[in-house]
Design a protein around this ligand. Structure first.
Ligand SMILES: *Cc1c(COP(=O)(O)O)cnc(C)c1O
Length: 392
């Protein structure tokens, strides 16, 4: 597949900055630009001014990133007590933190409660009972199931319930003397179909109305993440997403919006990262093989797990041969002794015919869901090195 040029992702100055920074450094590593993260946060704020941002810590939990976002006024969505501790350590107050994982141990709920957390996600009676015991009187929001739709990385099935169950949970929460506070959903990460928000918001509206009849006044909609980053296949711009989503909300809540929360991860950090890798070797399995195999010094186990099922297609460019006319299809694989460590086989990337051992390769849009997913020492490879810089 023909991909867009590197300047569709980076300015010349940024690319130059990355090249200068990379010089003499041993690969592989990831460079992250705080400037980009600040910019992405501001863009979201500008486009969805009524929404409160809860950064999804899991997307990139680096402490410098958390500090930057905390200074900018962000709130945070955490999945574990470990993420929670990280935030408390840098001085984020518990009123800015939610416990968004629907799968949690009772002792972890108790720990979070003791630290001051008063808002929890839930999608089951058993979890709700745990919250009522370990975090009495807390606010709870109920997660709706999503089909994942046209998401590159769907978050379906495992999380959420159908609206009829969310309705029952809200009523049960009230009985348990918790505060049934709102409805949440996640349309799937890197969601390409903006209509998915329309479906989900309509379900929220239905639940708001149904529960009101039972004397339960929900206050909040948590629209999760799913906002796009810039990978190989283009998406609509953030402005278009925001305009459409705002229209959906206004249509369903003409009398005024409830409190709106979003939990962006990918759209804040993905394009702040560039992975610098080196070609370990280029081979063919047979002389007349149609494809070259390009083995990089990064792979599924050192940061590129989102290439699983070739879901996320990272833009990949070679440093030396960016404008090469002679290009051909390649299979791209990682360096470990595991045959699952192939990033792209069915979806064909084209790279220069001149590409050879030791050439450097830039893997773009790798600021989200990369290094925190690294294995600790599979095959002895250390986790990916990360440099958090002020800018590229
Ligand atoms: C992963 C996750 C997010 C972040 O989603 P992105 O698509 O990366 O923005 C937000 N909320 C919840 C509950 C999540 O699990």
């Amino acid at each position: 597949m023909e991909h867009r040029g590197i300047y569709d992702y980076l300015t010349r100055k940024e690319l130059q900055g990355i090249q200068e920074f990379s010089e003499g450094k041993q690969t592989p590593f990831l460079i992250v630009s705080l400037e980009k993260i600040a910019q992405n946060y501001d863009d979201l704020k500008k486009n969805l001014p009524y929404a409160k941002i809860y950064y999804a810590v899991k997307a990139n939990p680096d402490v410098k990133i958390l500090k930057l976002l905390a200074e900018k006024g962000s709130c945070f969505d955490t999945a574990t007590i470990y993420e929670l501790d990280q935030l408390l350590e840098i001085g984020v107050t518990p009123d800015r933190i939610s416990f968004g994982n629907t799968i949690k141990k009772e002792e972890d709920i108790a720990y979070a409660y003791e630290k001051g957390i008063r808002i929890f996600a839930s999608d089951s009676i058993v979890d709700l009972l745990k919250i009522s015991r370990a975090a009495p009187g807390s606010k709870v929001f109920f997660r709706l199931l999503s089909s994942g739709g046209d998401a590159d990385w769907p978050l379906s099935k495992k999380f959420g319930v159908y609206p009829d169950t969310a309705y029952k949970l809200a009523k049960k929460a009230k009985k348990l003397e918790l505060i049934p506070y709102g409805i949440s959903f996640h349309v799937g990460s890197q969601q390409r179909e903006i209509g998915e928000w329309d479906n989900a918001i309509a379900k929220c509206k239905y639940l708001f109305d149904a529960l009101k009849k039972d004397g339960i006044e929900l206050k909040m909609i948590n629209m999760g993440g799913g906002f796009p980053a810039n990978y190989v296949q283009p998406t609509q711009s953030l402005e278009v997403y925001a305009d459409e989503i705002t229209r959906f909300l206004d249509e369903d809540f003409p009398e005024g919006l409830p409190e709106i929360i979003i939990e962006p991860g990918r759209s804040i950090v993905a394009d702040s990262g560039v992975m610098v890798s080196e070609v370990v070797m280029v081979t063919k399995k047979a002389q007349l093989d149609n494809y070259r195999w390009v083995f990089l010094d990064v792979g599924k186990f050192n940061g590129l797990i989102e290439t699983m099922d070739e879901s996320i297609k990272f833009p990949i460019f070679t440093e030396k041969h960016m404008n090469s006319k002679k290009v051909s299809d390649v299979i791209i694989a990682g360096p470990t002794c595991d045959s699952a460590d192939i990033m792209y086989e069915h979806f064909k990337y084209t790279l220069s015919d001149k590409l050879k051992e030791k050439d450097r390769v830039f893997i773009l849009t790798t600021g989200a869901y990369t290094y925190s997913y690294c294995s600790v020492c599979f095959n002895g490879f250390p986790p990916l090195k990360v440099y958090i810089e002020d800018k590229f």
